[in-house]
Design a protein around this ligand. Structure first.
Ligand code: WQD
Length: 339
């Protein structure tokens, strides 16, 4: 049985991916520093799959701990989610973001070299495209300088992995997520923001639950069909499935390049007001919101062309926006109940 390391495996996308890997018959070991996840997620994963992943609380910046891990654990593949991911926070604390996201990555890549490991999947982001000149965005779309230190760590991470895999003849994939939304159908896994949510969906669900007074829509003066910004909202369960397919792609040596990039999105753009409406209709409620100024650093429009993932990974999104809005709300209600 192949043993897969999932760093950041107690996080939002990581935990959904662990479930999919276990259900596909992989043995999973998780490293997480619990800086942005709760240990209770480990039990929730076990409740869903009936299998408890091995777990190590390790800060990947601690090279001695990372090396000690690889001394004892034989790993057949690595999915690397562990990183700080709040765009706004990264602007306030750039050094913390560079140190955590880059040093953590370097320590894992060093270990791959030292312990002859292969098959690396990197959690990247559509933010590396900045405001692309044309839609939809495909993997050949030129990258633009990311606006935030967070986005720069993703772009730098891809460069580091590209150079490393060429020098070491190893094989890797960078998965560029668009905007992850939704929760697991069991409502045991979902997006649990640290403090005030940065992202749209958790802010919407917390507003619907009464935790937040109202949603501020960041700007309605964009050149879009209703003036609010467009993003590509992709269900987290579809994202998790993409990681399984990417892993199998590498294990079966189907990659042509040392590092292959894949955009993971629904292929559809939705405005903020359309998301609000979709959430209201899916859950039969009214969401209080107000229009405020644009958020610094936001782009106007981004949505994916996922045909490369479709053709090479045999992946495609299958969860409707309506279902994502329902599962997001069910998870929020369950969270509130457990408070
Ligand atoms: C979506 C839209 C906001 C909150 C970032 C990262 C990306 C990924 C997801 C980590 C935008 C609007 C938001 C609010 C609003 N990173 N909005 N009111 O900025 O597209 O992407 O998060 O997982 O890498 O770049 O996502 O959810 O913050 O914003 O109007 O309270 O919702 O302006 O148009 P974003 P987001």
């Amino acid at each position: 049985m192949k043993r897969i390391l999932v760093t950041g495996g107690l996080g939002y996308i990581g935990s959904h991916t662990v479930v999919v890997l276990q259900e596909a018959g992989f043995d999973v070991v998780i490293i997480d520093d619990l800086s942005n996840a709760s240990i209770s997620v480990l039990d929730n994963i076990s409740t869903i799959t009936g299998k408890k992943p091995s777990f190590y609380e390790i800060d990947l910046k601690d090279k001695s701990k990372v090396d000690a891990f690889f001394e004892t654990e034989k790993i057949d593949g690595i999915i690397h989610f562990a990183a700080f991911k709040a765009v706004g926070e990264s602007v306030e604390k750039p050094l913390a973001y560079y140190r955590n996201n880059i040093v953590g990555l370097l320590n894992v890549l060093d270990a791959m070299q030292q312990y002859q490991l292969d098959h690396f999947i990197f959690s990247s982001s559509c933010t590396v495209y900045g405001q692309a000149d044309q839609m939809p965005i495909n993997e050949d779309t030129p990258l633009k300088r990311a606006e935030s230190p967070y986005g720069k760590t993703k772009a730098m991470g891809e460069e580091i992995i590209s150079d490393f895999t060429k020098a070491s003849n190893k094989n890797a994939i960078a998965l560029r997520y668009f905007n992850p939304v939704g929760s697991h159908k069991s409502s045991l896994l979902g997006d649990i923001p640290n403090g005030i949510p940065n992202n749209l969906l958790p802010y919407i669900t917390q507003t619907a639950s009464g935790l937040r007074k109202q949603l501020a829509v960041f700007g309605n003066d964009y050149e879009t069909r209703d003036g609010t910004a467009i993003r590509d909202y992709i269900d987290v369960n579809d994202l998790a499935n993409a990681h399984l397919l990417a892993l199998q792609f590498l294990l079966e040596k189907r990659n042509q390049d040392r590092l292959e990039y894949f955009n993971l999105g629904s292929g559809t753009g939705s405005t903020v007001l359309e998301i609000i409406k979709a959430f209201e209709q899916a859950n039969d409620l009214k969401l209080p919101y107000t229009i405020s100024n644009r958020r610094e650093g936001d782009i106007q429009e981004a949505f994916a062309d996922y045909s490369k993932a479709k053709n090479k990974l045999n992946w495609q999104p299958s969860t409707s926006l309506e279902v994502s809005m329902k599962t997001a709300w069910e998870f929020e209600k369950k969270l509130k109940l457990n408070e």
